[in-house]
Design a protein around this ligand. Structure first.
Ligand code: HEM
Ligand SMILES: [Cu+2]
Length: 556
């Protein structure tokens, strides 16, 4: 126990709630079954579930596009799709996966659901704004998918000019507007989390008692609020050039195409930390819970999140080493990029130290956390290769880059997302997932992932460019391996989707704290009541105050 409970606050919506006729406990799921009650809800937990369902659908759409172009890449002569179709497929994959799956995945699903619970609050600071964020997200997402259905976009998810400003005849502006709208959703979620953490912490919960999950969401939210407007302005400028013919990026009109890249990466490099910082937060929770330890060097891990958020804004030029920026600018960006490895490595070392001193329980969430650590380390170290100015000239825009960022974003963020979903599934749904199926799937995801993306490091190093669908025959072997891996990975992702859905009806009923974990979220009932806590918790201990001989919960 990391907290004691106060006497109940008076009022009808407090205290152990009983449904009048059925005498079952009212929770946020069964409080009202109507569709209207979901679509108009201001409960952060329901909004988290709505994000969970929507991003799952977007993940399936983005994944389908990936499967299609991986099939195409099994043969070198590209007979399945025309070049235009191929371009549209990888653009759709990139846009959907980045803007409509990865960016909202952990913050909007788990951040929404657990930040208020972890700090002992009844809801987010601005519940209605939270609902508005979901609507903005859906308007953007549906618009983006719709534009891709009616004609598609072929610029790549980066919308580089002149593809997006001059050459593309496709639905660039409609898709860009979709991303623009979704940007507001991200800004509002970030604002909401920042204000919630500042204002709604339970009595006794000072900043250095916060779970690291909350710290990392706080840091990621700073990026959402400070970075996303820059992307919005950039999209607006492309629109002004395309619509009004005012020269901003087009040299014929007096503009500068490299300006687009500066503006784009000034948002989009920090955006990779919107994806990975919340993942770090999840990993800290998983490692603490399944090693029964306080995270080693808690304060260093907390401050590393802030350091990464700040340094992230200083390194965008590493995407532009070959764009013609000055050699001096390249050198500065190169050195600054290396510096981000320091706080990232602090986290990995401290997690390792936590595990080293712990009594490990190899449940599914820990398997995902271990997978994360290995894959993120490979992704991060290859990031250093790319940050070395001269090496990047060789591998720029090759499959090496594709492998690097998939190790970070899929090997890192998606593994953390899956680990977190399993860890908190009992809390969110009141049901346990089937442990053996889940362990098997976690291993299959790991194997499929490596078979898909490891060969791409070799391909890139040997010189295969990204975004080509016709390639020299000597690259076929590695491409076939990658496509085979992608099939395994695709199937592996279907397992959790299936057994988690199954568990909603048939899973074992979960107790309030099946892992015997610390943290206020485990003191709420499973699933939590509509207002989270019957009594406002008062925090008296640091985060992760595990007893020396942890007595393990009913799931072990
Ligand atoms: C250890 C920290 C990291 C370093 C030093 C690093 C470095 C780099 C560099 C230098 C490039 C440019 C390669 C090129 O244009 O040829 C790059 C590309 C990329 N990185 Fe990282 N990276 C790091 C972490 C991350 C993280 C955490 C993510 C995402 C969560 C990420 C996602 C990407 C993406 C999406 C690209 C591709 C850009 C494109 O479309 O060309 N990186 N990285
Ligand atoms: Cu970057």
């Amino acid at each position: 126990m990391s907290a004691v409970l106060d006497p109940p606050i008076h009022g009808h919506d407090n205290g152990p709630e009983q449904h009048p006729e059925h005498t079952h406990v009212v929770n946020y799921l069964n409080v009202d079954y109507s569709l209207k009650s979901w679509l108009l809800t201001v409960d952060h937990k329901r909004i988290g579930i709505m994000y969970l369902i929507s991003i799952t659908l977007f993940f399936l759409i983005g994944g389908a596009a990936a499967v299609l172009f991986r099939v195409e890449l099994m043969t070198p002569d590209g007979e399945m799709f025309q070049s235009e179709t191929y371009n549209k497929l990888f653009t759709m994959h990139g846009v959907v996966m980045i803007f409509f799956f990865l960016i909202p995945s952990i913050p909007a699903v788990m951040g929404n659901f657990f930040v208020p619970l972890m700090i002992g609050a009844r809801d987010m600071a601005f519940p209605k704004l939270n609902l508005a964020s979901w609507y903005l997200f859906m308007i953007g997402g549906v618009t983006a998918v719709w534009t891709m259905m009616i004609g598609g976009v072929d610029t790549g998810w980066t919308f580089y000019t002149p593809y997006s400003s001059t050459y593309a005849n496709t639905y660039v502006m409609a898709t860009a507007v979709a991303v623009f709208i979704t940007g507001f959703s991200s800004i509002l979620t970030g604002l909401n989390i920042i204000v919630t953490v500042h204002k709604l912490r339970a009595p006794g919960l000072n900043w250095f008692r916060l779970p690291l999950f909350v710290w990392s969401h706080y840091a990621a939210s700073l990026i959402m609020v400070l970075g996303t407007p820059v992307l919005a302005v950039t999209i607006l400028l492309v629109g002004i050039e395309r619509g009004l013919g005012i020269g901003i990026f087009d040299p014929k009109l007096g503009g500068d195409p490299v300006l687009f890249q500066h503006l784009f990466w000034f948002y989009s490099h920090p955006a990779v930390y919107i994806m990975i910082l919340p993942a770090f937060g999840v990993i800290s929770e998983l490692i603490a819970a399944f090693s029964g330890n306080r995270v080693f060097g808690y304060r260093f891990v907390a401050f590393a999140s802030l350091a990464i958020a700040m340094l992230g804004f200083l390194v965008w030029g590493h995407h532009m080493f070959v764009s013609g920026q000055s050699a001096y600018a390249g050198m500065v960006f190169s050195i600054l990029s290396f510096m981000i490895a320091i706080p990232s490595a602090i986290k990995v070392f401290n997690w390792t130290a936590t595990l080293y001193k712990g009594r490990l329980l190899f449940h599914t969430p820990l398997l995902y956390a271990l997978g994360f650590m290995g894959l993120f380390t490979i992704g991060g170290l290859t990031g250093l290769f790319l940050s070395a100015l001269a090496v990047d000239v060789h591998v720029h825009d090759t499959y090496f880059v594709v492998a690097h960022f998939h190790y970070i974003m899929v090997g890192g963020a998606v593994m953390a997302y899956l680990g977190g979903i399993h860890y908190w599934w009992p809390k969110m749904t009141g049901r346990m997932y089937p442990e053996n199926w889940a362990r098997f799937s976690a291993v299959l995801v790991f194997v499929g992932f490596n078979l898909t993306f490891f060969p791409q490091f070799v391909l890139g190093y040997l010189g295969m460019p990204r975004r080509y669908h016709i390639y020299p025959e000597e690259f076929q072997m590695l491409n076939v391996m990658s496509s085979a891996g992608a099939s395994i990975l695709g199937i592996a992702y279907m397992f959790p989707l299936t057994y988690l859905t199954w568990s909603l009806w048939y899973g074992k009923k979960a107790s309030d704290n099946p892992w015997n974990a610390t943290g206020l979220e485990w003191q709420a009932s499973s699933p939590p009541s509509p207002h989270n806590f019957a009594r406002t918790p008062v925090v008296t201990e640091d985060a992760y105050a595990y007893p020396d001989s942890a007595i393990r919960g009913d799931a072990h």
